[in-house]
Design a protein around this ligand. Structure first.
Ligand code: GDP
Length: 423
């Protein structure tokens, strides 16, 4: 059974807890794209863990976790994440963590370049998370990235680093008028933070090919959501990798694979970190109440997230682009705080009302058409059956399911592992 778990919206849908929940049934969990620019939050009996790079299955001892080819890995960040887990008593070994030799390394100069470019852009900034992700994916496609497997071949690593650094410093010094990066320092960084992961590096394609032949249960886990996809999201305010389920086979190293199941994680309201068009956005007291109820502050950055009502237009598009076969609806318990619940049923732009998602300038000009649903004003975090939910909450779930035309198979009513309703 091959399952992908992906986000339907702008990210932060609560994918981490769904992966943690479904991981129970898996043999292998694979992270197939992105870097440490977002965070999964997993709450379990050992505590609360923010995982930026590591697959969410790392918290379960019998699962093999794979950091796959589509990822961009900041070695220093990874070292910190591994240390925090080990401090909490989590076992990490080459048996339960495997890293693709073809994943790219996010370097300190990529992080610096991210910051320098945001500074240059001033008010026109993209709202980058400043983790170097845009620059390193740019380098990848310019064929100027170091790959994890290079760490195993010191001569080749040195030769690649020297060539790339000479080129990169032309930009750092010439374009941004900033201090160049020193070769020895960069080499030292690669050796220091690369060394502990050397036993974890392998050819994940052959590992996974064998696993599929052995009928293992494999879950492919994405970061961020459909609307952040580099091709189909709110470009240019997207991430720099593909966040779609369809990319899982390529990013994981098995391009011919067919997924059996695509679970889309969809939030019962909207939230969005950073800049870019966010049509559902609410402001003032109404927004602050929702932000506080949902604890909407970035897991990776601590930034307050922009919040709004559920967006039918964007969520239907996200469901379609993910090719979701089922949905997990998360954080519906947060809406218990609201007297009435805003839902975006359409957009309006250029004198026209429409329900098909759009991008570019037309999206920038779009305004929401909002309808309000009755709230239930009751704590539902203890509900474990559909019939436990108040009538208004059940109607709300039905409304959303009809809008996106995909069955909702889980309703999450809290961050804890057991806080969900199977449908
Ligand atoms: P991810 O990147 O999609 O995993 O999302 P985040 O981890 O950034 O955000 C999810 C946040 O919401 C975390 O703090 C979770 O513990 C929390 N969370 C997940 N599902 C629920 C839910 O159903 N209700 C509530 N109240 N919190 C949830």
């Amino acid at each position: 059974m091959l399952t992908a778990i992906t986000g339907i919206n702008w990210g932060d849908e609560g994918k981490g807890r769904m992966v943690d929940l479904l991981a129970e049934e898996q043999d292998i969990v694979v992270r197939y794209q992105g870097g440490n620019n977002a965070g999964h939050t997993v709450v379990n009996d050992r505590g609360k863990f923010i995982l930026n790079l590591l697959p969410s299955g790392i918290l379960r001892p019998d699962i093999v976790n794979i950091m796959a080819t589509g990822m961009a890995i900041d070695l220093q960040h990874l070292a910190g994440e591994l240390q925090r887990l080990r401090d909490a008593g989590v076992t990490v070994s080459p048996e339960n963590l495997k890293i693709s030799d073809k994943a790219i390394i996010c370097m300190p100069y990529n992080v610096a370049q991210d910051g320098l470019e945001e500074k240059r852009l001033k008010d026109a900034k993209f709202g980058s998370t400043m983790r170097g992700i845009g620059p390193i994916y740019g380098d990848k496609y310019l064929k100027k990235a170091l790959r994890i497997g290079d760490l195993l071949d010191p001569d080749y690593l040195r030769q690649r680093l020297a060539g790339i650094l000479e080129w990169k410093n032309l930009t750092i010094e010439g374009v941004y008028n900033s201090e160049p990066f020193d070769y020895q320092q960069m080499l030292g960084w690669l050796e220091q933070y690369g060394e502990p992961i050397l036993p974890h590096i392998c050819d994940i394609s052959s590992y996974l090919r064998q696993a599929v032949a052995d009928n293992k249960k494999i879950m492919f886990e994405a970061q961020l959501g459909a609307l952040r996809d580099i091709d189909y999201g709110i470009y240019p305010f997207t991430s720099s990798s593909s966040t779609l389920a369809a990319y899982a086979p390529i990013g994981a190293g098995l391009p011919g694979l067919k997924l059996d199941r695509v679970m889309g994680v969809m939030k019962a309201y909207s939230s969005c970190v950073g800049e870019g068009p966010f049509i559902a956005e609410m402001f003032g007291d109404e927004a602050e109440a929702l932000r506080a109820a949902g604890n909407e502050y970035g897991a990776a950055t601590g930034r307050p997230r922009r919040v709004g009502g559920f967006d039918m237009v964007a969520s239907r598009y996200g469901t379609l682009m993910q090719g979701a076969t089922e949905l997990a609806l998360t954080k519906i318990d947060v809406l218990s705080a609201l007297d009435q619940i805003p839902v975006i049923v359409a957009y309006e732009a250029d004198g026209e009302r429409f329900t098909d998602f759009t991008t570019g300038g037309r999206l920038n000009r779009a305004r929401p058409v909002i309808e309000y649903q009755p709230g239930w004003k009751r704590d539902i975090s203890g509900c474990r059956k559909l019939s436990d939910l108040p009538r208004e909450a059940r109607s709300y779930v039905q409304l959303l399911e009809d809008a996106v035309q995909c069955p909702i198979s889980y309703i999450s009513v809290g961050p804890e592992r057991d806080a969900f309703i199977p449908v």
